[in-house]
Structures are given as structure tokens and as C-alpha cells.
Design a protein around this ligand. Structure first.
Ligand code: SF4
Length: 93
């Protein structure tokens, strides 16, 4: 299931993010290049709710934007790595 921004209810930590006064375009760039994400990730690096933000994006399978300092591609990699770890645990004798 994919969650869109329209579906999301605001979570309490969202008002504490370091991105509150930043340009949303930084976090939802039109281009998905690494260079365009660099500034947003630098802001996320100093964010006090970074873990909550990333967890929220992973839990809700949010596709667009930079959350918790991770791009969509990086979040997909995290999800795949988690799946692989779960499969290994299940298949252990
Ligand atoms: S981790 Fe980044 S995107 Fe998430 S709330 Fe903090 S600054 Fe915003």
C-alpha cells in the first residue's frame, strides 16, 4: 500500500522538524538527483526528530521526498534490507 501526502494525518513530531522554515522544494525536489537532495539531507542531519521522521516514512511507505535524511531510493534500500533480514531469520534451522 502506498500513502500519498494527502492521506497523511500530521504527527506530533512534525512541528519539531528542522525543516519547518525551509523551502518545501528542497525536500520534494522535481529532480531525484543526489545533488538536489544534498541540502535537504544536511538539514536533516541536525534535526531532533530525524528518527521519528524516517520511521514514519518507512511505516507509511511514503514514496516522494526526503524524510529522515533519506531519499526515496535510500528508503527502498532500507526496506529491502529489512525484508532480507526477516527472511534469513525465518529460514534459519
Ligand atoms: S528529518 Fe528532515 S524531513 Fe524529517 S522533520 Fe527533520 S528536517 Fe524535516
Amino acid at each position: 500500500m502506498t500513502t500519498t501526502l494527502i492521506d497523511m494525518a500530521p504527527a506530533p513530531w512534525m512541528t519539531e522538524g528542522a525543516c519547518q522554515d525551509e523551502d518545501p522544494e528542497l525536500f520534494f525536489p522535481i529532480s531525484s538527483s543526489e545533488a538536489s537532495a544534498e541540502r535537504a539531507r544536511a538539514i536533516c542531519d541536525g534535526c531532533q526528530v530525524r528518527d521519528e521522521c524516517l520511521r514514519y516514512a518507512l511505516t507509511n511507505r511514503i514514496k516522494d521526498g526526503i524524510w529522515g535524511g533519506r531519499t526515496e531510493q535510500q528508503r527502498q534500500s532500507l526496506i529491502r534490507a529489512r525484508r532480507r533480514r526477516r527472511l534469513k531469520v525465518r529460514t534459519r534451522p
